[in-house]
Design a protein around this ligand. Structure first.
Ligand SMILES: [Mg+2]
Length: 111
């Protein structure tokens, strides 16, 4: 089974820029259904810079354990990464500079 690295903040939860070290925001609407569907065909690995134990607790509290393989801070080999702060590299560095300069996560309302 192929692995998908799934980011936590801003993808699976309601994070929108207000980072608190010891608090993980609420589960996003439809995130559980999404993980359920994804985990049928892919190994789901949660990729987060947060403390592993805190993430693990959040996963359990939201009854997501059965869809998730494990939690990691490392960039493990994967088929694809799902992240709210990612830019797809198209092979062109000029585009990359431009895309980095203009980047805005989907949840950011204004600059
Ligand atoms: Mg994120």
């Amino acid at each position: 089974m192929k692995t998908v690295l799934v980011d936590l903040d801003g993808v699976l939860n309601e994070y929108c820029g207000d980072y608190k070290e010891d608090f993980i925001p609420a589960l996003r609407e439809h995130a559980k259904e999404f993980l359920e569907i994804l985990s049928k065909n892919y190994k789901v690995v949660i990729f987060s810079s947060r403390p592993e134990k805190l993430v693990q607790k959040w996963i359990e509290e939201n009854s997501l354990s059965s869809y998730i393989d494990y939690v990691t801070k490392e960039k493990k080999p994967a088929f694809v990464q799902l992240d709210d702060r990612c830019i797809k590299f198209n092979g062109n560095y000029t585009d990359a500079i431009e895309n980095i300069k203009n980047f805005k996560p989907f949840w950011k309302k204004s600059n």
